[in-house]
Write a protein that binds this ligand. Structure first.
Ligand SMILES: [Zn+2]
Length: 452
């Protein structure tokens, strides 16, 4: 087996690993680079191997940094199958066309304001490109073996994190290799704990929060206090939220608080068409998470779903106490901006950010305490209470990753640390050495290793 690292090296996005074995060429994950420009530019460069030469793509899960390069791969000549679990396929059907739409929006915006070097600015891929690539998806159930070529057996094993997420176990007659994808948390509010890896000769492990320990504070207590305080002031709680995963976590917390009578029965609105569909997908995959069918139906009832633009606009006029969940999660775009404009200027209201806020985003600026915020070309004074809650993460933290790996029957021969910023990867490497006595490597972009 030969393994080449084509993304998520010394960064958390762009996951792509090329595996070659006895004439078969597969790409494990096909993620988009996101965040800093130096990484985003990589999305535009020619792919290092001819896409037409690949036999298949395997996806660990649906997040865009693991799946979002697929439309580009197809545009450039790949025509094979994309194998993944049914949950991953369902979420990709929501996420990929939306990503294409956003690429088109960005190109339109750049053309209108003339700030692109390229005239006209073109989208990396379109809504239609994304729709086309979805036709090539083939689903494989968790744990069921898929045989590729003459020698390879591949399995998707549940790993929590989000619906459909798995680690991928690849075996030939002599060797086994595991790609962890993103690893969920043992005590996640909604998702099942990640299944342990029994054995792997070679391991490619994520390290997103390798240098972090998540806050031990209780999300129910945090939300209870914050909602009650805001309602007493006559204000609205606005939660900018990622549509897949995080929005469902918040609905679950609010559902429990209402059931226990810990918050008054104020209206809750879910104003994100993507989050609404992701919540419905949740109910289609009961085995992937901790909720039973009834609780799942209840999760869909706890909020009023805001689908139409008219309803969304009407909601921005609302002044009575309420909770509004809307995307995007870092307030970089989407319907949440309209709510932010009308709510951030009044000290009655609370804006609570619930996930990682990347550098340069409005979310990061607001958490950092700016006194005005620019939205759609205008500045708005920040008077609302701004809160940040980091206890709803869907990623295992450093100690949780070590505890998860400790369950392996034997140490891998070689371990490769990917999907983390340099500081997180370095902490992960030290933790593996200190707690498990494993040597590990941090591969560079384009590096190949022979695993025979
Ligand atoms: Zn993920």
């Amino acid at each position: 087996m030969k393994l080449t690292f084509l993304g998520a090296t010394q960064t958390v996005t762009g996951s792509k690993f090329l595996l070659e074995d006895s004439g078969v060429r597969i790409l494990v994950d096909c993620g988009l680079f996101q965040g800093l420009k130096e990484f985003r530019l990589k999305n535009w460069r020619p792919f290092p191997v001819d896409p037409a030469s690949l036999n298949a793509v395997l996806l660990t899960h649906a997040h865009i940094d693991h799946s979002g390069y697929l439309p580009v791969l197809f545009k450039n000549g790949f025509s094979g199958p994309v194998y993944c679990t049914p949950g991953t396929r369902d979420l990709c059907e929501i996420l990929l066309p939306d990503a294409g739409y956003l690429q088109e929006e960005e190109a339109r915006f750049a053309n209108r304001h003339g700030f692109s070097k390229h005239r006209p600015a073109l989208p990396l891929f379109t809504y239609e490109d994304a729709k086309n690539c979805l036709k090539h998806f083939k689903t494989v159930e968790f744990n069921a073996p898929l045989h590729l070529g003459e020698a390879l057996k591949i399995q998707w094993i549940p790993v929590g994190h989000i619906i459909g997420a798995s680690y991928i176990l690849v075996q030939n007659k002599h060797q086994s290799l595991v790609f962890t994808g993103d690893v969920g948390r043992p005590d996640d509010i909604l998702m099942n704990p990640p299944h342990p890896i029994k054995q792997a000769d070679y391991l490619v492990v994520e390290s997103t929060y390798g240098n972090r320990r998540h806050s031990p504070s209780d999300p129910w207590e945090d939300f209870e206090g914050m909602i009650n305080t805001t309602i007493k002031r006559g204000g609205i709680v606005l939660v900018p939220s990622f549509a897949v995963g995080r929005a469902q976590h918040i609905l679950k917390v609010i559902m429990d608080l209402k059931a226990a009578g810990k918050i008054p029965n104020v209206p809750v609105y879910l104003n994100s068409p993507m989050a609404i569909r992701a919540t419905e997908v949740f109910c289609d995959h009961l085995d992937d998470h901790r909720l039973d069918e009834n609780s799942c139906k209840e999760l869909c009832r706890v909020a009023k779903f805001v689908t139409s633009v008219e309803h969304s606009k009407a909601l921005t006029q609302k002044t009575e106490p309420a909770v509004i969940i809307s995307s995007s999660g870092m307030a970089t775009g989407g319907r949440v901006l309209h709510h932010l404009k009308s709510l951030v200027t009044d000290k009655k209201n609370t804006v609570v950010f619930v996930g990682f806020q990347a550098a340069g985003t409005r979310g990061e600026a607001l958490i950092g305490g700016v006194d005005q915020i620019k939205i759609h070309g205008n500045y708005y004074p920040v008077r609302a209470e701004i809160r940040y809650m980091e206890n709803l993460s869907a990623h295992a933290d450093g100690p949780e990753l070590i505890e998860w790996l400790k369950q392996m029957n034997s140490s891998p021969k070689r371990t490769f640390i990917v999907h983390g910023e340099p500081a997180a990867q370095d902490a992960m490497r030290r933790n593996l050495a200190d707690f498990l006595h494993w040597e590990s490597q941090i591969p560079k972009y384009g590096e190949s290793v022979d695993l025979n």
